[in-house]
Design a binder for this molecule. Sequence first.
Ligand SMILES: [Mg+2]
Length: 116
Amino acid sequence: MNINDYQKQAAKTDTFKDAIPVTDLATPGFVEKALGLSGEAGEVADKIKKIIRDKSGKLTEEDRQEIVLELGDVLWYVANVSRVLDVSLEYVANKNLEKLAARQKNNTLHGSGDHR
Ligand SMILES: [Mg+2]
């Protein structure tokens, strides 16, 4: 599947009526998605934490599928936050790969700071 096609499909299940490209980030439809992205990332982390805490880190197929569902939720929010910011998911993906390739070239994959 093309990731921009995914973004278009994901937009169909966005229930906020004002979730259209905005420049005012205080718009409820944007705030809801920004908070949702953080929440779903937390759900991924929590699933992994419980596998480590309760199962000595041993992953079952059921665990894997539960993590997959949460990663999908993260992806949905990434797609919709991007859409409301008026950028395609492909653009976000390409910018990320460009950033990482530059860090690799500059031998700065390790370290901190967004612009290294
Ligand atoms: Mg979830």
